[in-house]
Write a new protein. Structure first.
Lengths: 438, 438
């Protein structure tokens, strides 16, 4: 991978001979190649040998933040970490007192992760700054690149720790959370170099922000299915999560005739199909049963208990709530028809978070200007943007990922799609800066 | 519990004063109380503190065999163990060279077992001999009571070890089986006092046997549902056992729209319902999915793999085979409709074993003579009778059990039902002996 831009991104650049002036397209392609190489570099920074696992506030996370900080500094940014451990690189505006455009995502990962979920958004943000720095350009707003501390929630079981602190919505009680080794979150933050006693100081003022943009792999197959490199997120879907426990009567598989059975698994299986059918019939709805268990769990014993997880999402809350209500009623009927009980435990219900319409429209224009059809689609997964959207105007740009695979080592993006993303972000920034692009 | 019959069953009897002559009914009720008390005694002989687990060829099994042997000797029987460890008590015929009527079941148990599955059949057989001995009666055939070694198969994973040796159908290769502690079956038999090198000598000649009768708890709810104490087994059902593995595509529960999913669990769930529907629509068929698993098994991940067990039974083989064929075709269609693969692994297919029609008719008459409706029903569970039926005429008498529960400490039978069973077996023996009962 060669980088032909400026010294500001020379960290990986081999010494090269002076080059002729580059076109914007050539610069973007070089930046995309740099982003890909940097994702590889970060992908090798792991807690575990042979696979990528990078939990928040670990030594691996320290190395990742330090590596990105070095790239940020090389790009001419002022770099700091806030008291929650979120890494922030600041590229100054053309004049003092200007608001800040925030670009970012996260550097922590799930267990046995891919290398793009999170880092791609941070590094495309950094590339956008490098594209400005390349030509010494300053905008009427500062550009800040954020790598939020702990988006995935793998270590302490709670997501968005960094973005909650950034937006002043961090519940202090969370500092008492403990990881599986018994380490308190407060102690982990302190050991990382943060300051748990001063988390409040991490909170920014919304009036100082212009907007937030998060670039992220789609984590789904819709862009690939339509042969599109980029998508504009309409909203981050709301989600209902529940555990359904069906209680029937265990019995001998050979000796209890069908008409005398109270088979808990049959009721659960029918509910799996009801969820599938309902989601298929409701545009935009997804419903998933990812976990199932039958007890006692022997091949020759009728299940007396069956438990399933349920995950229902939609970008419009009323559609999701109506679907959950119908699902619950039909699951109850499936249970009752078999003399089986149903205990429905709702674990979580989060509202949908719409992205800012103006920012979305500008993103769609920027994508179209690159020659691509701008598809709007909801994000079924949660992101830091869901927290930021309650604080400032927020938008998300999705990048096609191979096979829709994420949270897996097979996660993959094309360098050409990354170039398209960098170009679109560049145009979108131009647009915000009031500098029309062709 | 008092026993008022003869010295032959005086093991538990407290010293009592001389009694007036008893009616048959009174004797039967005393014998039933004795059987109940003996089931309690055996139920306390366990490998584990606080629950009943009695695997074959263990010290607990040794104590159980020795206890029953003592009762057999007290009943005037010649007692021995064959080379496979099956306990045999012989009550001689009125004349030498007569054939032998075999009554029996087993004394080994499942883990955390009830106290009646197995012992009840041995002890009702013993009670039948005691009923003869009470009055010094000899029949034109010998009566032998068998406690077959290892019917449940808990220790070595193979059932019917004792009855296979008894019928000369024991595969010698099984001697190399090892229990979870690595003990070879051959060594376990030898340590128990058997003779693994002479298992062939355990084999009886079919021409020496008159018939085999096994009394057993129903292990199902049909007799209780009809308020009947006893049932005649029509056949031991044939069974097909299979593992079905559905292979789809894992994906993010929030980001993959329904129309792009290949959800392995949805295909599996539909198959669970197909099995239920097919069994409900086919008289006498039972179909059970007792085990189910979805991988990767997270609430927010679409299952890429789902596995289910399948257990299909019917007393008529063609009905079972046709049902399995239809189920397989419909499961394949459920998978294909979702772009999911199905791998069907048949683990076992055993034919139904009909009980001898003549013996069944005599059992039905004997039950009716006791004032009860003789219900014929298949046995969905396997029994030593399935092995014996390939060797001699065999029959089974089912005794109502509470709630249809078996293989569980809550296993329960009523003493009145045990009395009805003893009376029915007594009449059935009279019938075989050519001595009509009223």
């Amino acid at each position: 991978m060669a980088t032909r831009c400026l010294a500001t991104i020379a960290v990986e650049a081999k010494p090269v001979e002076p080059l002729p002036p580059m076109t914007t397209t050539a610069i973007v392609h070089d930046l995309a190649a740099t982003v890909m190489a940097r994702c590889d570099t970060l992908g090798a920074i792991s807690e575990e040998e042979g696979r990528l696992t990078r939990r928040s506030y670990t030594q691996a996370m320290r190395r990742a933040n330090d590596q990105v900080a070095a790239w940020m500094r090389a790009a001419g940014m002022d770099v700091r970490e806030d008291p929650a451990g979120t890494l922030l690189g600041h590229y100054a505006a053309s004049k003092p007192g200007a608001p800040t455009l925030l670009l970012g995502s996260h550097l922590d990962s799930v267990r046995d992760a891919g290398r793009y979920d999170g880092p791609l958004g941070v590094l495309v943000g950094l590339a956008a700054v490098e594209q400005l720095g390349c030509v010494g350009r300053r905008l009427p707003f500062a550009v800040e690149v954020a790598a939020f501390a702990d988006e995935e929630g793998l270590r302490f079981g709670r997501s968005y720790l960094g973005s909650m602190a950034f937006t002043g919505s961090f519940p202090p009680a969370l500092l008492e959370l403990r990881d599986p080794d018994g380490v308190r979150l407060a102690d982990a933050i302190a050991a990382f170099g943060g300051d748990p006693a001063r988390l409040g100081a991490a909170a920014r003022r919304p009036e100082d922000l212009l907007a937030y943009l998060e670039v992220h792999i789609e984590q789904g197959p819709q862009l690939e299915a339509r042969n599109l490199p980029l998508g504009v997120v309409s909203a981050i879907a709301g989600a209902t999560r529940a555990t359904l426990r069906f209680g029937g009567t265990a019995g001998h598989a050979g000796t209890v005739p069908m008409e005398l059975r109270h088979d808990a698994l049959c009721a659960a299986a029918q509910t799996v199909l009801i969820a599938e059918e309902l989601a298929r019939a409701t545009p935009g709805l997804v419903a998933t049963v990812g976990q199932i268990a039958a007890l006692p769990g022997a091949g020759n014993v009728i299940p007396g208990v069956a438990t399933i997880s349920l995950d229902v999402r939609h970008q419009h809350d009323p559609a999701r709530i109506a679907a959950v209500d119908e699902l619950r009623a039909r699951a109850q009927a499936a249970a009752s028809a078999r003399g089986v009980t149903l205990a429905w435990e709702e674990l979580q219900s989060t509202s949908a978070v719409p992205m800012a319409p103006g920012l979305r429209a500008r993103l769609a224009r920027a994508i179209a200007a690159g020659g691509h059809t701008p598809l709007e689609l909801p994000s079924g997964a949660g992101h830091d943007a869901a927290v930021l959207a309650r604080f400032t105007d927020a938008a998300m740009l999705f990048v096609r990922c191979r096979g829709g695979i994420s949270h897996h080592p097979a996660e993959a993006v094309d360098v050409a799609d990354v170039a398209a993303a960098i170009a679109a972000v560049g145009r979108w920034i131009d647009d915000l800066a009031g500098e029309p692009y062709p």
